[in-house]
Design a protein around this ligand. Structure first.
Ligand code: TXA
Ligand code: MG
Length: 325
């Protein structure tokens, strides 16, 4: 019997062996469990179990054309799923476990359901720096598919409470590992053309770190009709409030997302991403700040953020959050 989500989804500590036992039982039975990773919380299920995967799409309200990342507990398990060209292996060795997802050609017989791949013959794989998620992969001895544990299109969760706010009653269990260290989703690099790796999504791993291994990455071309990575859909990560980017002033009624000292004069709420203008700190606090300001304001002005290092991922999420609303 598939476990039915309880009306009030429990939150248990991710480092408690009894909680991990319970999570493993739920996953083996085809349920879904929110699990902390270093980037954001993921909503994990058995990647090979099409019905379990269908449950994850349903819980999130996620369109079924948007494929999921298969999470693994080592490079060997990744290689059993996809054909990693030498440059991808070198990158994996340099950066895994960590906030990096590789897209490559699917291997025959890979333990990933067609639904998890959205019918594609490619697969996104990631070895996360998450003791809980890798332990569960090892326990089940199979990859776990896990999108971010939020309602589709909404801001990604970086705390267990964010997950509960978004998906309570729709999922079986939440494992609590505290606030996510990186705070933005993984960087996705496609090796479908092995000689020409493409940056599909800037994320928690700085592009410069990747390019030091692979050489220059090709920029994905964004077509709103046929996104290469549906994470490129322009309106995504969207709060309810309207966003005004690169703001040098605070207008009446606006809340302010600050990066360094905010402009004077604002009467409304200010959330400080990083007083010292540290991009790593700002990335870790981005989704917390968007949620906090969104709860109390109908428009949010956002300080300019430099586009270097993790700033590329921060600006990407902010642009999407501001798009088409
Ligand atoms: O940090 C992360 O990546 C988090 C944690 C939980 O691992 N996961 C995450 O998953 O952000 P999700 O589903 O929210 O975003 C995955 C992105 C989507 O934009 C999806 O379109 C893209 O990966 N993707 C998955 N499979 C793909 C494939 N075969 N080709 C291109 N893009 C793919
Ligand atoms: Mg997501």
């Amino acid at each position: 019997m598939r476990p039915q989500p309880p009306a009030d989804t429990p939150i248990l500590p991710a480092d408690d062996p009894a909680a991990l036992d319970r999570a493993a039982d739920i996953l083996s039975a085809g349920g879904c469990v929110a699990v902390p990773t270093e980037t954001v919380y993921g909503l994990a299920c058995d990647a090979a179990d099409g019905e379990a995967v269908a449950g994850v799409y349903a819980a999130k309200g996620r369109p079924r054309f948007n494929p999921l990342i298969a999470h693994v507990d080592g490079r060997d398990r990744a290689e059993a799923l996809v054909e990693l060209p030498p440059a991808a292996m070198a990158l994996a060795d340099a950066c895994w476990p960590g906030p990096l997802t590789l897209v490559a050609a699917l291997r025959d017989g890979a333990a990933v359901s067609e639904l998890a791949r959205a019918g594609l013959d490619t697969l996104a794989v990631r070895w996360p720096a998450s003791a809980a998620l890798t332990a569960l992969v090892s326990r089940l001895d199979r990859p776990l598919a896990a999108p971010s544990a939020n309602a589709s299109g909404a801001v990604s969760p970086t705390t267990a409470q964010h997950v509960k706010d978004s998906l309570n009653g729709r999922i079986n269990l939440i494992l609590d590992g505290g606030a996510c260290r990186v705070g933005v989703e993984s960087t996705i690099v496609s090796f479908i053309e092995p000689e020409r790796p493409v940056l599909l999504r800037p994320g928690g791993l700085d592009r410069a770190v990747i390019e030091a291994v692979t050489g220059p990455l090709k920029q994905a071309t964004v077509s709103p009709d046929a996104p290469t990575s549906p994470g490129q859909l322009s309106s995504h990560y969207a709060p309810d409030a309207a966003l005004r980017l690169n703001a040098l002033t605070i207008e009446p009624g606006e809340a302010f997302l600050a990066f360094g000292p905010p402009p004077t004069g604002g009467q409304e709420a200010v959330f400080q991403l990083s007083p010292s203008k540290d991009l790593t700190e700002a990335a870790a606090r981005l989704f917390i700040g968007l949620r906090e300001l969104d709860a109390g304001a109908s428009s949010i002005a956002v300080a300019p953020i430099p586009n270097t290092g993790l700033g590329e991922a921060i600006n990407d999420r902010l642009r999407r959050a501001a798009a088409g609303r």
